[in-house]
Design a protein around this ligand. Structure first.
Ligand code: ADP
Length: 345
C-alpha cells in the first residue's frame, strides 16, 4: 500500500512516501516544501508541487496533527475529526490551522482514498486523572477541558515500540522513561507500554527547557513582567515561546550545537547548558520515582540522538543500576504510516 505522510507547519509541508505491506516497510521518497506564504502562495500549491513530484499512485494519506483533543488513537478524517482539530486551534495556533488546511486541500486533490489523522496527543489519553489534572478549580476542566494533553506522543510511542523490540519484551510489559530532545523537548513515563505522565502540558510550553521555550516557570512571573515592562499578554507569551529557553539564557542561539561550541568561552552559554541538563535530570528522577520499574531510559530527537555526553550527565545518580540507557532514532512519519496502514488495510 502506497502511503503518503504529510507533516504540515504554518510555512512548510514535510512529506514521506512509504510502501507498506504485511511483508515490510519501504521509504520511497521524502522531501519538504518550505516558505509557504512567501515563495509558495498557499498550502494547496505546496501540495500540488509534492504530488507533481511524486507522480505515483497513492492509496492512503496519513496526516500529523499536533493537538487531537479527546482522540485516543488515529482516526479516519471525517467532520467530527475536523471539528475537534479546529476546536484546539486556539491552543496550537502554529500547527492545528495548518493541519486543517492541508487535510481539506489534500482531500480535494487526492480524493476517493482514505485520509487518516494521527495525533501527537493520543498517546497521552491513557494518563490517569491525578496526573493530567491541574490543581485549579475543577470547573475549568469541565467547562474548557483544561488538562495536561502532552505532545510529541507519536515519537514517544515509536521509541517505546522500538525499545520493547530491543529489550525483547512485549509492548505491554515495558517500563521506560523516554526523552525526546529536539527543538521542542519532552519526557514521558511509560508503564507497561502506556504513558502515565509527561512533561508537556495543556500546550507544549510546559516542562523542559527547550530551544526557545521556557518550560516550567512560576505563573506569577507573567503578570509581574507585564506590569514592570508595560507589555500585554501576547508579548509575554511570545517571549516565553520564542525568546526563552537556550536562546533566552545564552543570548546566543536556540541551537544546541551552537550552545555547546559557545559554552567553551561564554559563561551564559555554559549556564544555559547546565540549566538544560539539570531540568532533564530532575524530570528523569521524578519519573523514575513514579514508575515501579525502569527497564530503560531512552534518548531520541536531534539532541538526544547526537549529544554524546548528555546521557551520562542526566542519568548519573538517578537511573537505577540495572536499567539500560538507549539511544533510539525517532521516525514519526513511519509511525504515522503504520497507523494509517493499520486503520485502512
Ligand atoms: P525538531 O524538533 O525541529 O525535529 P531536531 O530533532 O532535528 O529538531 O533537533 C534539533 C536540535 O538537535 C538542535 O538544537 C540541534 O542543535 C541539535 N543537534 C543536532 N545535532 C547535534 C549534535 N551533534 N550535538 C548536539 N546537538 C545536536
Amino acid at each position: 500500500m502506497f502511503i503518503l505522510v504529510l507533516n504540515s507547519g504554518s510555512s512548510s509541508i514535510k512529506y514521506k512516501l512509504f510502501d507498506i505491506s504485511g511483508k515490510g516497510e519501504r521509504l520511497l521518497d521524502k522531501g519538504v516544501v518550505e516558505r509557504i506564504g512567501h515563495k509558495v502562495p498557499s498550502h494547496r500549491e505546496a501540495l500540488a508541487m509534492i504530488l507533481d513530484k511524486l507522480r505515483t499512485r497513492i492509496d492512503a494519506v496519513g496526516h500529523r496533527v499536533v493537538h487531537g483533543g479527546k482522540f485516543k488513537e488515529a482516526a479516519i478524517v471525517n467532520k467530527e475529526v475536523i471539528k475537534e482539530i479546529s476546536r484546539f486551534s486556539e491552543v496550537a495556533p502554529l500547527h492545528n490551522p495548518a493541519a486543517i488546511m492541508t487535510i481539506t486541500e489534500s482531500m480535494k486533490l487526492i480524493s476517493g482514498i482514505p485520509h487518516v489523522s494521527v495525533f501527537d496527543t493520543a498517546f497521552y489519553q491513557t494518563m490517569p486523572e491525578h496526573a493530567y489534572l491541574y490543581a485549579i478549580p475543577y470547573r475549568y476542566h469541565e467547562k474548557y477541558r483544561i488538562r495536561k494533553y502532552g505532545f510529541h506522543g507519536t515519537s514517544h510511542r515509536y521509541v517505546t515500540m522500538q525499545a520493547a523490540r530491543i529489550l525483547k519484551k512485549s509492548i505491554n510489559n515495558v517500563n521506560l522513561v523516554t526523552c525526546h530532545l529536539g527543538n521542542g523537548c519532552s519526557i514521558t513515563a511509560v508503564e507497561n507500554g502506556k504513558a502515565i505522565d509527561t512533561s508537556m502540558g495543556f500546550t507544549p510550553l510546559e516542562g523542559l527547557i527547550m530551544g526557545t521555550r521556557s518550560g516550567d516557570i512560576d505563573p506569577a512571573i507573567i503578570p509581574y513582567i507585564m506590569e514592570k515592562e508595560n507589555i500585554d499578554i501576547n508579548a509575554v507569551m511570545k517571549m516565553l515561546n520564542k525568546k526563552s529557553g537556550l536562546l533566552g539564557i545564552s543570548g546566543i542561539s536556540n541551537d544546541m550545537r551552537e550552545i555547546i561550541k559557545a559554552a567553551r568561552s561564554s559563561k551564559k552559554a555554559r549556564l544555559a547548558l547546565d540549566m538544560f541538563i539539570y531540568r532533564i535530570k530532575k524530570y528523569i528522577g521524578a519519573y523514575v520515582g513514579i514508575l515501579k520499574k525502569v527497564d530503560a531510559v531512552v534518548f531520541t530527537g536531534g539532541i538526544g540522538e547526537n549529544y554524546a555526553g548528555l546521557m551520562k550527565k542526566t542519568c548519573k545518580g538517578v537511573v537505577p543500576k540495572n536499567s539500560k540507557i538507549l539511544i533510539i532514532p525517532t521516525d514519526e512519519e513511519l509511525m504515522i504510516a503504520r497507523d494509517t496502514y493499520n486503520l485502512v488495510s
